[in-house]
Design a protein around this ligand. Structure first.
Ligand SMILES: C[S@@+](CC[C@H](N)C(=O)[O-])C[C@H]1O[C@@H](n2cnc3c(N)ncnc32)[C@H](O)[C@@H]1O
Length: 255
């Protein structure tokens, strides 16, 4: 059992993935049992999300295995840039539109080369933007700290006008992850999650796989306020494919 979430074992089915490793397919609804106040019920079955399993010799979740896999992949792809300045400019405009004013503090999670925090700061004058990155390459890039985005620094609680990430699919525990990210927002602040088509796949380096529909349903059923799904932004991922990939952004507002 690799998950910190005991209930998953009961619901999980094993399946070989393309690398011959095992991952679990989770009934999205099963996660809803994990809601902190117990008020969310497994009423909707929207198929299976996927979660790669990092299993230690003792059969339990092995955090070091997770961390090392992320750092290895980060270093292998250190020259790659997924999001782009036009995509962040598009998001910056949307953030100002939704908030009704210019944000002062932003936090970006899983930033590798740190382009997103630099672009947000450029397109929202006066906004301070920090990025997290689990790899020790973090210190090579401005406004980036080496930090696991599942954890919250005490000084971040309730601080940020917006949180942005295209790296949510690198999570070993989405319930813990979204709880952490939502706690970092001030009341009325917004979290923006980028979703591209490929993010339903899983591998050792990209352990969480969900469609937009599954991600939206999971967030809603965990009690989060998904207020908008933004489409028609600039394509991203030119490091993979010259013309890039279409992407959508889920906007979640802290009540
Ligand atoms: C798909 S890349 C995206 C990088 C960047 N946002 C971009 O658009 O190019 C995911 C990044 O998240 C980092 N990462 C993975 N797990 C993380 C974690 N738990 N905490 C912080 N960063 C993490 C990886 O090292 C990698 O650099």
């Amino acid at each position: 059992m690799i998950r910190t979430l005991g209930v998953m074992k009961k619901w999980a089915g094993r399946k070989n993935n393309v690398d011959g490793d095992t991952h679990i397919q989770l009934d999205v609804a099963s996660l809803l049992h994990l809601s902190p106040d117990g008020s969310h019920h497994a009423s909707v079955n929207e198929g299976t999300m996927k979660q790669y399993r990092y299993i230690g010799k003792d059969g339990e979740f092995d955090y070091e295995q997770y961390r090392k896999a992320q750092v290895r992949a980060n270093k292998k792809k250190i020259e790659w840039q997924w999001t782009t300045d036009p995509a962040i400019k598009f998001l910056a405009k949307n953030i100002v539109r939704i908030l009704g004013k210019s944000p002062k503090h932003g936090l970006c999670h899983g930033t590798r080369r740190g382009l997103e925090q630099q672009s947000f700061a450029k397109h929202i004058p006066g906004c301070k933007v920090l990025g997290t990155e689990i790899s020790d390459t973090a210190d090579q890039f401005p406004h980036t700290i080496q930090w696991d985005f599942h954890d919250v620094k005490p000084e971040w609680v309730g601080k940020f006008d917006f949180v942005y990430s295209n790296s949510w699919d690198h999570s070993y525990d989405p319930v813990k992850l979204f709880s952490a990210w939502m706690s970092e927002l001030r009341p009325g602040g917004i979290c923006l999650l980028e979703h591209t088509r490929s993010q339903w796949r899983v591998s050792e380096s990209d352990p969480l796989g969900m469609t937009v529909k599954q991600l939206t349903m999971l967030l809603k059923n965990l009690g989060y306020n998904v207020i908008e799904i933004i489409k028609d932004g600039p394509k991203v991922g030119q490091c993979w494919k010259e013309e890039g990939f279409e992407t959508v952004y889920l906007v979640i507002k802290r009540k």
